[in-house]
Write a protein that binds this ligand. Structure first.
Ligand SMILES: [Mn+2]
Length: 334
């Protein structure tokens, strides 16, 4: 029918406008079946794993859905159209009916991501506070996990903070919290810290020994100060050497970026400059060709964002890089 063709042609014009139509992540088809996709985009509207002072991180997925059609781009550097290279769907949000109970919510996430893992789809998630990474990786990495073949995952962890505070029993009552996930995932056999890197860590903190828990676990910690000392090429080399060809998970806390770049985050670190966009993009693109099993972007606080929603746009841009890494790998048939 020519009317149908006309309608399709009209949609091509408007689909790149973020404010047009129904807002799924990157305007991907909404399909809850993990078996139908290669990349599973998931929202995790969860706030109670952090809750230091600000608890609006559960609004993050909706904020990214609102703008992310604008981020439905092709990847110029890879010569890649991720949206046609593989099947990428929005699976919706993880249902968290006990949202005010962090432990029950993390358990719900584990069950949700086990279905994705069993289907062989690679999850790319938007949080939510950083405790969601614990929910994801308990399901997709370590004994019984399909995506890693039962192996531990290795991490490239972008953050202003280490999130490995196992010296604290809990964080405002949350045990598998945004401050603990990087620790218990190692202890429980889901993550190999000795092949993982934490990068972007910065600032003056409450105790002088704050990096010790990460070092005890075996992480390579590249603070912002060290990043500047070593330079990006050397940092990329460290990341490459550490992670090798192991199943790799990218977790990106938006607070690793400078507050002028990403003002809408939960834990602002103003004292020391954070990353600029080009610096994190370069690090992410250095992972091209690796076995990226999934990733997440966390700690978006839409209620602190600028009226132009710049932090939601930045989150979208980082998610695009992670999706492109996976789509590029799928395209290569590896
Ligand atoms: Mn974090």
């Amino acid at each position: 029918m020519s009317e149908d063709r006309d309608l399709l042609a009209q949609k091509v014009m408007v689909e790149g406008l973020y404010w047009w139509g129904v807002p799924t992540l990157f305007r991907c088809p909404y399909n809850e079946d993990p078996a139908a996709c290669d990349v599973a985009l998931v929202g995790v509207p969860h706030s109670t794993g952090n809750g230091t002072t600000e608890r609006d991180q559960h609004l993050g997925p909706r904020a990214v859905r609102d703008v992310s059609a604008l981020g439905r781009r092709v990847h110029m550097k890879y010569g890649l159209d991720p949206w046609t290279a593989c099947r990428i769907h929005d699976l919706g949000d993880v249902p968290l009916p006990e949202g005010n109970d962090n432990e029950k919510s993390v358990a719900r996430m584990v069950a949700f991501y086990r279905r994705i893992d069993a289907a062989g789809a690679r999850p790319v998630s938007v949080g939510g506070d950083h405790s969601i990474t614990g929910g994801v990786l308990q399901a997709i990495a370590g004994p019984g996990a399909g995506l890693t073949g039962g192996e531990k995952a290795v991490l490239l962890h972008f953050d202003a903070h280490t999130d490995s505070y196992h010296n604290l029993d809990h964080f405002l009552g949350a045990v598998k919290s945004a401050a603990h996930w990087a620790s218990y995932l190692v202890r429980d056999g889901h993550v190999d810290a000795t092949r993982s890197v934490q990068i972007g860590i910065r600032g003056n903190v409450r105790t002088l020994d704050w990096l010790e828990p990460s070092h005890e676990l075996g992480y390579e910690v590249i603070t912002m100060e060290r990043y500047h000392e070593l330079g990006p090429a050397c940092c990329k080399e460290i990341i490459d050497r550490r992670t090798g060809d192991a199943p790799l998970y990218v977790t990106f806390d938006l607070d690793c970026l400078d507050p002028t770049v990403a003002p809408g985050v939960a834990n602002l670190e103003a004292g020391v400059e954070g990353f600029r966009m080009n610096q994190v993009t370069e690090l992410l693109q250095s992972l091209r060709g690796k076995n990226v099993i999934g990733g997440d972007v966390v700690c978006l606080m839409p209620t602190k964002d600028q009226p132009n929603k710049i932090t939601a746009h930045v989150a979208t841009a980082v998610l695009f890089e992670i999706v492109s890494l996976i789509a590029d790998r799928v395209r290569s048939g590896a």
